[in-house]
Design a protein around this ligand. Structure first.
Ligand SMILES: [Mg+2]
Length: 273
């Protein structure tokens, strides 16, 4: 089975500063259908924000949604979402010390962070806005108070669109990477059968976890550097850097996803289209 997994914002969705190709989204929709590809969205968005992206940008529905940075998994079939309770049980088993309330209490004293709105929190996701200028101090305090105590991972990312620092506490077993690993296993596929496309921050984990990675051309410099470093340390990693000038596409966002999918043979008819 061919599995194409992709981040949404500024990877599949053209909502950054670069100019996307106007035809790319309909090409993506057509190509994934034509080649019978199983499509997975792996995103920080919750279900409501994913649905609003689908209607705003006209991208197709995925077959599977790893939402809320991997802390929720849903299948989409016959026009209906089904929540994966098996994933919840799996995470509880794998990260027994996870405790969102205790983390919330622990970080309450830290200055320079503000809890995100309730729709961005769930039982496996405790999230904050961070004053980006104070990032170093904040992360130092966070490490002192939280690190290693709750089977957690601490993920910092910077939203270049609105200048916000974002801080997520997640169970170590419920990230974009582990959610995608779980999905692949449930489908009976190996990591080598899965292409994952990303552009920034927390995409580093699935990009360096043994999937076939793709960086869209507009990927953050910091992510590019981190991926190159990881590839130096692990020569088995496969990551493709979209460069554009491919089928008349420029390589940004959706176009980079298409380019990467062709690179790995997920779409395999570049010549006859
Ligand atoms: Mg993104």
């Amino acid at each position: 089975m061919k599995i194409l997994a992709t981040d949404l914002d500024r990877t599949l969705l053209p909502n950054g500063n670069w100019e996307g190709d106007s035809e790319a989204i309909s090409m993506f929709n057509d190509l994934t259908q034509k080649h019978d590809v199983l499509v997975v969205y792996v995103t920080g968005r919750n279900l409501a924000l994913t649905e609003s992206a689908i209607s705003k940008f006209g991208v197709r529905y995925p077959d599977i949604l790893c939402g809320d940075v991997g802390t929720s998994i849903r299948k989409y079939e016959n026009g209906e979402w089904t929540f994966d309770n098996g994933w919840i049980e799996h995470v509880k088993r794998e990260s027994p010390r996870w405790d969102a309330i205790a983390i919330k209490d622990a970080v309450a004293v830290i200055e320079g962070i503000r809890e995100q709105e309730s729709e961005h929190q769930n039982q496996f996701k405790q999230s904050y806005y961070v004053d980006h200028e104070r990032k170093n101090q904040v992360l130092k305090n966070v490490d002192e108070l939280v690190k290693g105590k709750f089977d957690e991972v601490i993920v910092y990312s910077f939203d270049s669109q609105d200048g916000k620092g974002l801080l997520d506490f997640l169970p170590a077993s419920a990230t974009k990477q582990t959610a995608l690993e779980y999905v692949a296993e449930e489908l009976g596929s190996t990591k080598k059968d899965v292409v994952f496309c990303g552009d920034s921050g927390n995409d580093i984990f699935p990009l360096t976890a043994g999937f076939c990675g793709v960086l869209v051309r507009n990927a953050d410099n910091q992510l590019v550097e981190n991926v190159i470093k990881a590839m130096d340390e692990n020569p088995n990693l496969k990551v493709y850097f979209a460069k554009g000038d491919f089928m008349g596409l420029k390589g940004y966002y959706t176009s980079g996803v298409i380019e990467g999918a062709y690179h790995y043979g997920v779409f395999d008819d570049a010549m006859d289209g």
